[in-house]
Design a protein around this ligand. Structure first.
Ligand SMILES: NC(=O)c1ccc[n+]([C@@H]2O[C@H](COP(=O)([O-])OP(=O)(O)OC[C@H]3O[C@@H](n4cnc5c(N)ncnc54)[C@H](OP(=O)(O)O)[C@@H]3O)[C@@H](O)[C@H]2O)c1
Length: 239
């Protein structure tokens, strides 16, 4: 199935998983609104989307700022008149031992990983209902399925977004809004490399693996519920 005449809003689309999702959706026919803080990366992905023959609108946004998140939703609707698919992908992963977790790191993580997806969902939900449906993909993590000793903040945020998504999935069934939490294992991105500098990126999942999954989820017919999808790494399948 394709996404012709659909509009997708992808957060964290400047690089990594978000960029790969934005390009995959554009290849499938969608116009894309891209958001992140780094304007050069947004300009770069916009150029690639336009080279595919699709329209792209960049909205530089700090998702930790609630006012900017609301402006992003408003600008997305103003740019293309609708949003059919919301991909809450942007995230931060800052790890400290529990006694050393700074309160501002906890607050930033919750603001970007949990509050921004909530604010965008709230801003677009009624619009999607009035359009007859929509799709919300929340990029969570396997860290939202099992926590490690060293990632309490990140894991708490990912457990939260999975719970939020389960509620959205159930609330959305009556109004044809399909919500799914996508839970990747390790993916070769800037975030992963920053926290695992000695790891070979060729030994883990690729952003394109996740983009193919996101496209599959976004193109299911209304009768199909995919509330949560976990993509694990099989180390013996790499290299
Ligand atoms: N890589 C992995 O192994 C892995 C595994 C499981 C889940 N995930 C999840 O996948 C998602 C994408 O991660 P990634 O690995 O692709 O990371 P990435 O390469 O670091 O990309 C993160 C994106 O989020 C944006 N972002 C971060 N903070 C932001 C803020 N305050 N406001 C707006 N945008 C912000 C970044 O743009 P700017 O910095 O320009 O703002 C960037 O575009 C995250 O939710 C992450 O938790 C990743």
């Amino acid at each position: 199935m394709r996404l012709d005449e659909k509009v997708a809003l992808v957060t964290g689309a400047g690089r990594g998983i978000g960029r790969a999702c934005a390009l995959a959706f554009a290849e499938a026919g969608a116009d894309i609104v891209v958001a992140a803080r780094t304007e050069e990366q947004l300009a770069d992905v916009c150029g690639d989307i336009e080279a595919l023959g699709r329209r792209c609108h960049a909205v530089p946004t700090d998702l930790a700022d609630g006012g900017q998140v609301q402006r992003l939703a408003d600008e997305a609707l103003a740019a293309f008149g609708c949003v059919d698919i919301l991909v809450n992908n942007a995230g931060v992963a800052i790890h400290h031992p529990v006694p050393d977790i700074p309160t501002d790191v906890w607050d930033l993580t919750m603001a970007v990983n949990v509050r921004a997806p909530f604010l965008l969902t709230r801003a677009l939900w009624t619009h999607m209902v009035e359009r007859g449906g929509g799709c919300i993909l929340n990029v969570a993590s396997v860290s939202g399925k099992r926590a490690g000793a060293g990632n309490a903040t990140y894991s708490a945020s990912k457990y939260a977004i999975i719970g939020f998504t389960e509620s959205l999935s159930k609330a959305g069934r009556e109004v044809n809004i399909r919500a799914c939490a996508v839970c990747p294992g390790p993916v070769a991105t800037v975030m992963r490399a920053g926290n695992n500098p000695s790891e070979n990126p060729a030994d883990i999942l690729t952003p394109e693996d996740l983009a193919e999954l996101a496209l599959f989820v976004a193109t299911r017919p209304p009768r199909v519920v995919l509330q949560e999808v976990v993509m694990e790494l099989n180390p013996s399948g790499t290299g």
